[in-house]
Design a protein around this ligand. Structure first.
Ligand code: ADP
Ligand code: MG
Length: 322
């Protein structure tokens, strides 16, 4: 199978169900219609075998995750996802791998009605680059820079589950089979919080998706907003599986330092809190108040007695080394 047959078989046939795509796969570039009054929001992420995923891992999960991480970035901006392009670097044409990859990729794409409109296909070490494009009403994108002292800090879902799965995969923390099955999907097929991101546009003063760990990503909000943050340890939402291994995970340390969760972390100004909590009570993933924005710079973690907590990441050098 040559390059053109490969594109035709796996990608051109799946391209563009959206009617705002004027020119899809097959020309030198795609042409899309942007609705009046909207801005385009563009993001890209590259996943490299051996660094971001295991080459021998399940191709369905790899296809899903490659798009999910991009949709998560659009969610954090409050954008409606619309189109994406796919750069594939493949060591060989392995049709069963490609079929699995497409199942994961297009399964998620159809869930959010995002269309593949182009890409590039080359030979080399297994690498997947996706660029995703969404739209927001002009001026309405959620930025990292809008947090103000007094705003409340929230996160969606639970923290640290992907990190727990990674510890198991690396042989550091053996989990019971059922527990691993539960957290494995958090690592391999994260759910981008697209609808939550859209709803947050009317409430949040800042937003980021958690790809590098809560502390690291919240520091980006604090720096961009020239404020500080205080996180209350005992409020952090963790899963039942996480609770089972709580001490081995360094209590909350994995939850605040491990990456790959793809939950949203955002700030809500005081006057919007009641309305926001009414809304988020209906979210399946939930949203938890975990701390407050303060004027003093830096991100602090305190326990319920107000004592400063320094996460001991020394025992988890696989994260800091990444
Ligand atoms: P060019 O040489 O002009 O860049 P290509 O031969 O690389 O064009 O690609 C032909 C068409 O196939 C283009 O429309 C391109 O966007 C599309 N395409 C190539 N690879 C992929 C891919 N992996 N996924 C989706 N579309 C692709
Ligand atoms: Mg090309």
């Amino acid at each position: 199978m040559n390059e053109f047959e490969l594109i035709r078989t796996f990608f051109a046939s799946q391209g563009s169900a959206r009617d705002d795509v004027a020119v899809s796969i097959g020309d030198d570039a795609a042409v899309v219609n942007v609705p009046p009054g909207m801005q385009q929001v563009l993001t890209t992420d590259v996943l490299v075998a051996g660094t971001h995923f295991l080459a021998e891992g399940d191709p369905v999960g790899i296809g899903h995750k490659a798009l999910a991480v991009n949709l998560s970035d659009l969610a954090a901006m409050g954008a409606t996802p619309k189109w994406f392009t796919l750069n594939l670097c493949l060591p060989e044409v392995n049709t069963s791998w490609l079929q699995g990859f497409c199942r994961g990729l297009f399964g998620l794409a159809s869930q959010w009605n995002v269309s593949l409109v182009g890409g590039d296909t080359v030979r080399g070490p297994l690498t997947i680059g996706i660029q995703a494009c969404g739209v927001v009403p002009t001026g309405k994108a959620m930025l990292r820079s809008g947090a103000k002292a007094g705003d409340r800090i929230y996160v969606t879902g639970t923290l640290g589950d992907a990190g727990v799965a990674l510890l198991h995969q690396r042989g550091t923390l053996p989990l019971a089979a059922a527990d691993f099955a539960t957290v494995q999907s958090r690592l391999n097929s994260p759910i981008p919080r697209v609808s939550e991101g859209l709803a947050l546009r009317d409430f949040a003063s800042s937003c980021i998706d958690i790809s590098d760990g809560l502390l690291s990503d919240l520091t980006h909000i604090a720096t961009a907003s020239t404020v500080g943050a205080r996180i209350m340890l005992e409020r952090l939402p963790v899963s039942t599986v996480y609770h089972t291994y709580f001490e081995q995970l360094g209590r909350w340390d994995t939850a605040i330092t491990a990456g790959d969760d793809y939950e949203l972390c955002f700030t809500i100004p005081g006057p919007r809190q009641t309305d926001f909590e009414q809304l988020s009570a209906k979210w399946q993933c939930g949203a938890t108040y975990i701390g407050d924005i303060e004027t003093e710079s830096g991100v602090r973690v305190v326990d319920r007695l107000g004592v400063d907590h320094k996460p001991n990441t020394g025992g988890y050098e696989h994260f800091t080394a990444d």
